[in-house]
Design a protein around this ligand. Sequence first.
Ligand SMILES: C[S@@+](CC[C@H](N)C(=O)[O-])C[C@H]1O[C@@H](n2cnc3c(N)ncnc32)[C@H](O)[C@@H]1O
Length: 221
Amino acid sequence: MEKVDNDPDILTDIQEIYSYKWKWSEYFWNENPLVLEIGTGMGNFFGKLVSEHPDKNFIGIEIRYKRLFQTAEKARRAMQFALSPLGGKLDRGSFVMIKDFGQNIDQIFSEGEISESYIFFPDPWGKKERQRKHRIMQELFLEKLYNITKKWGKVFFKTDHREYFDTSFEIIKTQWLWKIEQKIHDYQNSEVFDMWNITEFEGFYRGEKTEINYMELVKSP
Ligand SMILES: C[S@@+](CC[C@H](N)C(=O)[O-])C[C@H]1O[C@@H](n2cnc3c(N)ncnc32)[C@H](O)[C@@H]1O
C-alpha cells in the first residue's frame, strides 16, 4: 500500500482522479489518443502497449494494490526502451495507473474521451446470480463504455469463460449500440490471434485445450 501511495505513476485519490475528467490531455501535456485497460493484472500487456505506442497515452484501471504496482513497474521498464515519435527516448510518462473500479469509468472520463479499451479476462465471478452482479460486462457498464468511447473507437474483450462471453454478447446485441466487428470462440486458432501480445492470464492456457473467446467492438456513429 505504501509503495502504491508513494508512486508518482499511480493515482489513488478518488477526488483527484475524477478531477481529470475531460482533462486527461492536461495530465499528459499532449492531445495524444487515450487508451484504456481495465483490470491490468500484472501488467505484461499494458507494459507492451506503452512501449510500442509512444504516440498514445495509456490509462490502466486496477483495484488490487500489488497489481497496480507491478503494472506501473512494467510500464516504466517498457518506457526505457521506447522511443518518442521524434526518435529520442521518452522523457516523461505516457501512462498512469488508477486505483478504482472499472465500473466508475463515467466518473473518470467524459463523452468520447477514449480511443481504445481493452478488457481481458475480467473476473467471471461465481455461478450464482447474486455473485454475477459483480461482473464488469453488464448493461450499464457497456452503456458507459459506449459513451466515453470516441466515434470509431474500439473495444477489445477476451475471456476463457464461455457463459460470460455469451451473456456479454447477448447484452451487446440487444443494446444496439456497438458494431460487433469480430466474435470468435477459438481465438488462439484464428487469424487475428496475436502471439506477441498475450496477457499473463492468457499465458496460463497456452498449450491447453481451453478455448479463448474474443470480441472486437466499434462505436460506429
Ligand atoms: C483474471 S484477472 C486478469 C488480469 C489480466 N487482464 C490478464 O489477462 O492477465 C482480472 C483482473 O481484474 C482486476 N479487477 C477485478 N475487478 C475489477 C474491477 N471492477 N475494476 C478494475 N479491475 C478489476 C483484478 O484485480 C485482476 O487483476
